[in-house]
Design a binder for this molecule. Structure first.
Ligand SMILES: [Zn+2]
Length: 450
């Protein structure tokens, strides 16, 4: 790979963006899914007297366009909306489907909003982390999709009184608008059978990406709407923005429950629907999750640390070759670390992690070894030139800690992170790395406080 050329990771992600070109896809008789109009996948089921909307979308503007497209298929009125879960990329466009004064029931589980509630109760404000993870600050020429969608260039502005999703992001503005309408019909049982507009459907509790997740089962047409328990990517078992825990075993069990319905078609929360192969895909997804869980626990019992476990736990080749299990959005390595963190906690078994030098002191000792801060910088620059950006970044970070007011180490770290980010396949890790580099540059220019 020559300098300035796209890395294999970048090339594959550019290819991936075709997945999100706007399209209305016919899934089955009277079932349509919109892709590429908003971040999420948004569906319509056509019944005798009206239509049912599953996940109305992220933004009011994007969802209005979907409604226009759906209206070309049928002019029947919206009889109900179903939220598969409370993430605002699935709910924020709801007003586009509800006419002024119309009384449209909105279905969700009784624990709707539980993920944000947990974070809010803890008093935790995640600040810039969601912005870094989604890549809102990444310059346009470096921006690619997030592996399961192409997000808007600016975070949507929440115009609602109620907010059950992620809080408004700190740099929201000039962006599209969103407003999640509160659910009006909640259910607390495992399965609720409904008939809406002459359509029989089941809403089934399915904890996974969130605790409040459900799937919709349409028995007559053998379609399952999985919400965010499925999209064509390794599942995001731990979002880098930081969030409440996501239970990998429950997630796999929810896949299993969907599989037992014997579906033909699978509509995920993002990416284009799976037509005809639902069972094979669900089975592989479930098996892959259970494999990674088992292998992580097995390695942890052998006293391996998380750093060692990410090498130890590799998907078997027959699963690793499946594009819908690739690390586009979630990652196998992130899942391994998350399983370890949930079951074993922060201590990785290394006694030195019970007795650590504070970061600044570590950097002082490294500088002494390298011949001072200048030595660190020279070696960092040499490492970057020798195509060793991770080592370059580590050295530059030591220098930056010791000379926080100086531009040079900050800019060098930014350059190293840019190279690392450009080669990173997992999109959230990539975005986080590239966005962090941008922040360092703004800090060096005095435009942002370190
Ligand atoms: Zn989603």
């Amino acid at each position: 790979m020559a300098l300035g050329e796209d890395s294999p990771a970048t090339l594959r992600l550019k290819q991936r963006n075709h997945e999100f070109e706007p399209a209305i896809i016919r899934v089955a008789e009277g079932v349509y899914t919109a892709i590429g109009y908003t971040v999420s996948a948004n569906s319509m089921i056509v019944g005798d007297t009206g239509v049912i909307i599953i996940d109305p979308g992220q933004t009011i503007e994007g969802s209005r366009r979907i409604r226009e497209e759906f209206a070309k298929i049928t002019s029947k009125p919206v009889k109900a909306i179903i939220y598969t879960h409370s993430h605002p990329d699935h709910t924020g466009g709801a007003p586009a489907f509800v006419d002024e004064g119309a009384n449209v029931p909105i279905w969700a589980r009784s624990n709707f909003g539980s993920e944000t509630a947990t974070v809010r109760e803890a008093g935790f404000r995640s600040g810039v982390r969601p912005v870094n993870t989604q890549g809102f600050d990444v310059p346009p020429e470096k921006r690619l999709g997030i592996g399961i969608a192409i997000p808007p260039a600016r975070p949507p502005v929440d115009t609602g009184m109620i907010r059950d999703g992620i809080p408004n992001l700190p740099n929201a503005g000039q962006g599209p608008t969103a407003r999640s309408l509160a659910p009006t019909q909640k259910f607390s049982e495992e399965r609720r059978q409904l008939e809406i507009a002459g359509v029989r459907l089941d809403l089934v509790a399915a904890p996974g990406e969130t605790d409040d997740q459900l799937y919709v089962w349409l028995p007559d047409r053998r379609v399952v709407f999985a919400g965010d328990n499925f999209y064509k990517s390794w599942p995001n078992t731990y979002p880098l923005r930081g969030t409440a825990r996501r239970d990998v075993r429950q997630w796999a069990d929810s896949m299993d429950r969907m599989l037992q319905e014997k579906p033909l078609h699978l509509v995920g929360g993002h990416t284009r629907p799976i037509l005809n192969d639902a069972q094979e895909v669900l089975q592989n997804y479930r098996d892959a999750l259970r494999f990674v869980y088992r292998k992580t626990i097995e390695g942890a019992e052998k006293f391996l640390t998380p750093d060692e476990l990410v090498d130890y736990v590799k998907l078997p080749p027959e699963l690793a070759r499946l594009d819908y299990l690739a690390d586009y959005y979630g990652s196998v390595w992130g899942t391994v670390r998350e399983i370890y963190a949930q079951h074993v906690g922060w201590f990785d078994g290394d006694p030195l992690n019970l007795h650590r030098l504070p970061p600044r002191e570590q950097s002082e000792r490294m500088a002494a070894l390298a011949g001072g801060v200048q030595g660190l910088l020279d070696k960092a620059r040499a490492a970057l030139a020798a195509n060793d950006p991770v080592w370059a970044a580590q050295l530059a970070q030591h220098a930056m800690r010791l000379q926080p007011a100086s531009k040079e180490p900050r800019l060098l770290l930014a350059d190293a992170l840019d190279t690392i980010g450009e080669r990173t396949f997992n999109t959230t890790a990539r975005n986080y790395t590239l966005a962090y580099a941008e922040r360092l540059r703004r800090q060096a220019e005095g435009k942002e406080q370190p």
